[in-house]
Ligand binder design. Structure first.
Ligand code: ATP
Length: 260
């Protein structure tokens, strides 16, 4: 579904990404992890076409990303960036409706009325009671849900998420990830997510790519990637890794320097 080869990216003479390959199959939940500054958000920008690589190629379904007309790409791909909502003057419903832009004619109308779809997504994300509230008045978790609803009504085949759980408490973190997984399973959505929380990444992702200093340090299933030696090499701290009692995926326990 998504294939990027030999991606290089540089800012002001500094290498940010070097020789990054990534291959994501249709319907996969793919996680990008790595320490601060390792290039995760930059990689997501290259994969979504927000930035162009200095060298290398990005293809969606065998076609170069740059060959897609803008609206066609917007029907295929939705990106949830951090704090992506317009700050002022819109209600939650209006913001969610903006997700239908790729399907509208230049007059702003659609062939089929999207109201039912919008209602369904708002219902699923528990946004109906917030429908006429201004987005500026929402809590962090409510804003994240509204932003996710906007991307889901876009009915994308591919959803890219940049740290979608930042600022959310553990209840909302799980809720957010569960919503995305539900869509992934029910609608065959392909998900590429930059995640900081390694335990969430292990729970939800089919595959993980680890970036370290702008290069790929490892790629594979969570159990192949989240091993103590690699975590120590990349993050500089030696954790305890245990299988989750529910499903056996690796979970990380941190050790303070003075512990043990
Ligand atoms: N506009 C910019 N100008 C200069 N350097 C930049 C710019 N944008 C990113 N960088 C640098 O590129 C590197 C990778 O940044 P990026 O945001 O992709 O990392 P990240 O892995 O997403 O980090 P984090 O986990 O802290 O969000 C960092 O060293 C960052 O300082």
């Amino acid at each position: 579904m998504i294939e990027a080869k030999a991606l290089d990216f540089r800012i002001g003479g500094t290498d940010i990404l070097r020789g990054v390959d990534i291959c994501v199959s249709k319907g996969q939940f793919f996680g990008i992890i790595g320490p601060n500054g390792s290039g995760k958000s930059t990689l997501l920008k290259l994969l979504s076409g927000i930035e162009r690589p200095l060298a290398g190629t990005v293809e969606f379904a065998g076609r170069d990303l740059n060959a897609y007309p803008r609206k066609e790409l917007a029907r295929l791909l939705a990106v949830l960036q951090q704090d992506a909502l317009p700050p002022l003057g819109y209600t939650v419903r209006e913001v969610v409706e903006m997700g239908r832009y790729p399907y509208q004619s230049w007059l702003g109308s659609e062939k089929e009325d999207p109201a039912q779809l919008i209602d369904k997504v708002m219902e699923q994300l528990d946004l109906k009671r917030l429908s006429s509230r201004q987005v500026a008045e929402l809590s962090g978790g409510e804003r994240q849900r509204a932003a996710l609803a906007k991307t889901l009504v876009q009915e994308p085949g591919v959803l890219m998420l940049d740290e979608p759980t930042t600022f959310l408490d553990i209840g909302f973190q799980l809720q957010m990830m569960d919503y995305v997984r539900e869509w992934q399973r029910d609608n065959g959505l392909t998900v590429v997510a930059v995640l900081h929380d390694l335990n969430l990444a292990a729970q939800y992702c089919d595959r993980l790519l680890v970036l370290h200093g702008g290069r790929v340090a490892a790629v594979g299933a969570p159990a192949e990637v989240l091993v103590p030696e690699l975590v120590e090499e990349v993050y500089g701290t030696m954790p305890i890794v245990l299988p989750h009692p529910d499903n056996g995926v690796p979970q990380i326990l941190l050790r303070g320097r003075l512990d043990g």
